[in-house]
Design a protein around this ligand. Structure first.
Ligand code: SF4
Length: 425
């Protein structure tokens, strides 16, 4: 009987990955591709139930060449990190490598490494180099094209650093880099200049200095903990850093920027979530770019965080050939809402060196927002922004809804391009 059949015939059951149950000692002998059927989940952890028909829209990720790997290993984030695809020979076992990819791997390895978790690699279409997951994780020769407009530090993050590893640009918040490692090195990364480079990793003193700076600046009420990916640190180390931030009386909220929900959802363990909830209020912003990334594993990672009361947001980057299509973004955002992840931003692809092949026109982003607003829930409509080059900050870009003004009359158009008039007092 298939997993779907099980769900249909026994709707009172809920699907859980064995990893989420190991720590509770609840492993069930009946196994199906990494999922364990347990009854009834709500009694195990007090978590609210999720509608079966919603959960069923999130298929399990395939296992590809790792089909025979035992669940306990596959569901271990440490195992996933130890078995990352980092060489051409390893990649050739997973996909049919194209000539362009082969050349790019040879020529980009010194500048920006390739690293792909088995979980994320298994999502790739083995035959299609245009697969959206593959394009985000396997180098192509587009990375070798450097445009005159390209910048080493496109957002001017280094120039706004009062201490190394901390950007203070906006009045009441700072960006605090605590790791330059990530499970997968995204080919469109804006911080290619330092991510994946061991020499640029945040040392203990740098983190101490960052925390000391925040403590000295009472205007900082919001700390965005980022990287690289901060979840590359151990739970204990993260706990220590978040704990030191949390005792600073003017720090009101902490945000974590992580792509682990997308590239290594196994990292969201029960222990991690328990640790994180000790530091509330905490927000987690993640980075889904395509509906193909919305698997049962990702759903489960988001569920754990949402059930712990952590607010989740998504920051998508508009990428040519990956998500520059209103239908794809609409499907992605609707799936994210089912995962309780609010679509927060769509970023215009920035001017980082070696990512020009991913850039679209700005009009494409406006077209996407126009195709969302009114046509689906407002919750599924993020802010489309250009993060201005050289440190200007995020600038929202909107379709034009105000079509004119006649005295006190504001002329408007709705999502169907029908004209309306609003008269001001
Ligand atoms: S997870 Fe973020 S920081 Fe890491 S490579 Fe991807 S985009 Fe860059």
């Amino acid at each position: 009987m298939s997993t779907k059949d099980n769900l249909r015939r026994a709707p009172q059951l809920e699907l859980f990955h064995s990893s989420s149950l190991e720590t509770r000692g609840q492993l069930h002998p009946r196994r199906n591709s990494g999922l364990t059927l347990v009854r009834p989940a709500r009694l195990l952890d007090g978590a609210p139930p999720i509608a079966d028909h919603v959960r069923a829209r999130f298929p399990l990720a395939p296992r590809s060449v790792w089909e025979e790997v035992p669940d306990a290993e596959w569901n271990s984030w440490q195992w996933q990190l130890r078995h990352r695809v980092t060489t051409l020979a390893q990649l050739e076992k997973v996909v049919r490598v194209s000539g362009d990819e082969r050349e790019a791997i040879a020529r980009t390895q010194c500048d920006f490494s390739m690293a792909i978790t088995p979980y994320y690699a298994a999502l790739m279409d083995p035959e299609d180099p245009r697969c959206p997951v593959r394009l985000q994780s396997v180098p192509t020769t587009g990375e070798l094209l450097i445009q005159p407009s390209d910048l080493e530090d496109p957002l001017g993050e280094e120039k706004d650093m009062p201490v190394p590893g901390l950007t203070h640009r906006y009045p009441d918040r700072v960006l605090f880099y605590i790791s330059h490692n990530c499970p997968v090195y995204c080919r469109h990364c804006t911080r290619k200049r330092k991510v994946a480079k061991p020499t640029s990793a945040a040392a203990r003193k740098q983190i101490d200095d960052g925390i000391a700076y925040i403590a000295r600046h009472p205007e900082v009420r919001d700390v965005v903990v980022s990287g690289g990916d901060p979840l590359s640190l151990s739970d204990d180390r993260l706990d220590e850093i978040l704990g030191r931030l949390r005792v600073i009386q003017h720090v009101e909220i902490i945000r974590l920027g992580t792509r682990n929900l997308v590239t290594l959802p196994q990292r969201i363990t029960d222990d991690f979530v328990r640790m994180l909830r000790r530091h509330q209020p905490v927000f987690v912003n993640t980075h889904f770019n395509h509906p193909k990334e919305c698997t049962a594993e990702a759903f489960e990672a988001a569920r754990k965080l949402a059930d712990a009361g952590i607010t989740l947001g998504n920051q998508m980057v508009l990428l040519k050939g990956i998500n520059d299509d209103p239908r794809i973004v609409k499907e992605l955002n609707q799936k994210l809402l089912m995962m309780r992840v609010k679509p927060y931003y769509i970023y215009q692809c920035d001017l980082a060196k070696g990512i020009s092949h991913f850039r679209t026109s700005v009009d494409k982003g406006i077209e996407i927002i126009d195709a969302l607003r009114g046509w689906t829930s407002g919750l599924a409509v993020p802010h489309f922004v250009i993060d201005a080059p050289c440190g200007g900050g995020k600038i929202p870009v909107l379709p034009q809804y105000v079509t004119g003004r006649e005295g006190k009359k504001l002329l408007l158009r709705n999502y169907r391009h029908q004209p309306y008039c609003y008269e001001e007092p």
